[in-house]
Design a protein around this ligand. Structure first.
Ligand code: MUC
Ligand code: MG
Length: 367
């Protein structure tokens, strides 16, 4: 179970249509597939999605930090030695997606070696999760049409609506159109990716008071410290910290400072090991969590599912597990399928996926 090789493979797959949100937009998935091999010949795999507008990482930076720093550190470590691996990781500041993918690839190798699913190793709570779909910026009609297609084709009835545009009416009109179209048959919540000021967010949320939204995520910047506390105090729904609280210390600061009262856990940035620590922190503090999405493909989505299904607290709310549907193609031999609004774990050990090598050869950028 000794890690003897690490690979960081840059690849590119187009989205069918760009996903737009307040802090950026994604046209192509320029991701990095991370593979570890152990001395027994077992391969572990995970995905690193660069999100420069949130964490400063790029495809090139992820490949370089794995090739030059993190990969050489884990080579020679046992796949069981997570504490040592993370002590090594802490010697390098930042690079959350690169570290998360390596962490999850090691877990995948461990599960495969033991013949056990990673989700069972983590917690073994359930077999599936309810799915929430994230709707990027567009006109009210286009966003209603997309949500309707998601419900008709995949049975999805929970939607996270991207907000944070100016003027804020662009977004409140979308939320109202969705509620008018679906009535009480869907759950709706919003994510501002820090696009509004605290006062704009307060006005917009007041204008949507009658829409029955269930969560509000990152409506304004966490750096607007007093403004954000002022906003959070007056909202009638939990305020979810996402990109402002990606590390355990940041989560403590945001929660104790009154700048958030729920947390988005994203395996794409905290892997399995650190996500488990964050989940313990949140449940200990009595704070709700949501399994978030970093516009993941199917590899990343299965990682989110493996973690989310493993625990009661992460399975309570719908997990953001469907934006792989926005990609024009993907890398799994057996594509994911959302049925009746739920995504099921697979039976295979490890994270449970197999990579289609022909597709990887086709999409990789390094050959
Ligand atoms: C979200 O929840 O903010 C968009 C970019 C990213 O990194 O995450 C998303 C979704
Ligand atoms: Mg978010």
């Amino acid at each position: 179970m000794i890690i003897d090789a690490v690979e960081a493979i840059p690849y590119r797959i187009d989205y069918r249509k760009p996903l737009r949100f307040a802090s950026g937009e994604a046209h192509t998935a320029d991701h990095v597939l991370v593979r570890v091999r152990t001395s027994d010949g077992v391969i572990g795999v995970a995905d690193a999605p660069p999100r420069p507008y949130t964490y400063g990482e790029t495809q090139a930076s992820i490949t370089a930090i794995i090739d030059d720093v993190l990969g050489p550190q884990v080579i020679g470590r046992s796949a069981l030695a997570r504490e040592q691996v993370h002590a090594d990781f802490r010697r390098t500041v930042g690079n959350p997606a690169a570290k998360a993918a390596l962490d999850m690839a090691i877990w995948d190798a461990l599960g495969t070696t033991l013949g056990v699913r990673v989700s069972d190793l983590l917690g073994g709570h359930g077999e599936s999760m309810r799915v929430s779909h994230m709707l990027g910026f567009d006109s009210p009609q286009a966003m209603v049409d997309e949500a309707e297609r998601m419900r008709a084709e995949h049975g999805i009835t929970t939607f996270k609506i991207k907000v944070g545009r100016r003027p804020w009416r662009l977004d409140t009109d979308v939320c109202r159109a969705l509620r008018e179209h679906f009535g009480d048959e869907v759950e709706l919540y919003v994510d501002g990716n820090r696009g509004w000021s605290a006062s704009e967010a307060a006005e917009a949320m007041r204008a949507m008071d009658d829409l029955g939204l269930t969560l509000a995520e990152e409506l304004c910047p966490a750096d607007d410290v007093l403004g954000r506390r002022w906003l959070v105090r007056q909202l009638r729904v939990p305020f979810v910290a996402d990109e402002s609280a990606a590390r355990p210390g940041e989560i403590t600061r945001e929660l104790l400072g009154g700048a958030a009262d729920a947390i988005s856990i994203k395996t794409a940035r905290t892997g399995f090991t650190e996500s488990a620590a964050i989940l313990g922190q949140c449940t200990g503090l009595g704070v709700e969590v949501v399994m978030g999405n970093q516009i993941d493909g199917q590899v990343g989505t299965m990682c989110t599912l493996a973690f989310g299904a493993a625990f009661g607290a992460t399975s309570r709310r719908a997990g953001e597990l469907s934006n792989f549907l926005d990609l024009s193609d993907d890398l799994l031999t057996e594509p994911l399928k959302i049925v009746d609004g739920r995504l099921e774990l697979r039976t295979a050990p490890g994270i449970g996926y197999a990579i289609d090598e022909d597709k990887l050869t086709h999409y990789r950028q390094d050959r």
